[in-house]
Ligand binder design. Structure first.
Ligand code: SAM
Ligand code: SF4
Length: 322
């Protein structure tokens, strides 16, 4: 499935719920407005969309949100995607708060890999940036995920200048002893991230990579994944480090992803409000109309963002399926 710029699309991010048990300052307002539950796609409906999408060329999906583990019976959806859709891989991005409870069920249902968001290794900072999170709870979840074989684990850390940039080396050091991939994310100028009120701001992570390369001798590393991260490692270390640098080292030219929101929209680009609403077609189980909608979303996919030139995106990240 190619868009008008010749980019092949094989990867679908599926937001299974826009709600979340946390309120990270850069992602969600404290009093967020959520979709009417009646608008949220059922598992049957999600499976139908994924079946059509795989016929068009989608090979892998990532389950996200909001917080995907807040969606009741998520392992059932994983199992259905695994057994009823022709997918090569199913992964999930979670904040980890409910991971200890669900890791085994998710693995047993067929989940291949998991990414957990951990911006800081300091409990007080973790609480501050997530508003309600507990680092200890998330670390228990991480251990459980490794124990049940959801490996190699990826950790996502949004780096904010003046908030957690002094922890970059501590996070990198996790890769020296564990078979883990630590990914540093640049802050994207979307919704809540535009007004962080003193909680830090954008940091150029390409510069950080160059600095880490000087200090630790980072060398390129192989890593399975469909996303935009570029991977490196400290020579001899079991783990890897990734950099997601949408602003300092733009990767739009190789973007291979589409997004399905929890209320049935296909969104081809995170940076713009362009979308195709498929909900009626999905509710009618009209596979032809769903396929046509996916192709239309592809046809209107922009070439790329202009965040590097000051563009901002006025929407709530969690409703897009981050
Ligand atoms: N709740 C899950 C979680 O936190 O991992 C999944 C959804 S969350 C929207 C997906 C990812 O987007 C997280 O790693 C989060 O840190 C990241 N994210 C949210 N807002 C962001 C922003 N403005 N810039 C960069 N990353 C952001
Ligand atoms: Fe929730 Fe994830 Fe957004 Fe944090 S980043 S508020 S955990 S959806």
């Amino acid at each position: 499935m190619k868009d008008r710029f010749g980019r092949e699309h094989t990867y679908l991010r599926i937001s299974v719920i826009d709600r979340c048990n946390l309120r990270c300052h850069y992602c969600m307002p404290l009093h967020a407005k959520f979709f009417d539950p009646k608008e949220v796609l059922s598992f049957d409906e999600i499976v139908t969309v994924v079946q059509v999408a795989t016929e068009l060329g989608i090979r892998s999906v990532r389950i996200t949100g909001g917080e995907p583990l807040v969606r009741p019976n998520l392992p059932e959806l994983i199992y259905r995607l695994k057994t009823e859709c022709a997918l090569e891989e199913i992964s999930c991005t979670t904040n980890g708060m409910l991971l200890e409870r669900f890791a085994k069920d998710l693995k047993d249902a067929g989940l291949d890999r998991i990414n957990v968001s951990v911006d800081t290794l300091r409990p007080d900072r973790f609480r501050k940036i997530t508003r309600f999170g507990s680092l200890e709870t998330v670390l228990h979840g991480l251990r459980r995920a490794v124990a049940v074989g959801l490996t190699p684990l990826k950790i996502n850390a949004v780096i904010l200048k003046g908030f957690n940039d002094d922890e970059i080396e501590d996070l990198l050091k996790l890769t020296l002893t564990e078979n883990v991939t630590v990914r540093f994310l640049e802050l994207m100028p979307i919704g809540e991230a535009l007004s962080l009120n003193g909680l830090g701001g954008y940091l150029n992570l390409t510069k950080v990579r160059l600095w880490l390369t000087e200090r630790y001798g980072l060398v390129p590393a192989e890593e399975k994944g469909h996303g935009p991260a570029r991977y490196w490692k400290v020579p001899g270390a079991p783990g890897r480090v990734g950099f997601i640098t949408p602003i300092s080292d733009k990767y739009c030219a190789t973007c291979s992803r589409l997004r399905l929101t929890a209320n049935g929209e296909i969104r081809p680009c995170l940076a713009y409000d362009v979308h195709v609403n498929l909900r009626d077609a999905i509710r009618r189980r009209d596979r032809e109309a769903i396929a046509a909608g996916i192709m239309k979303a592809l046809a209107i996919k922009p070439a790329g963002h202009h965040w590097d030139a000051g563009q901002i995106t006025q929407t709530v990240m969690s409703s897009l399926g981050g």
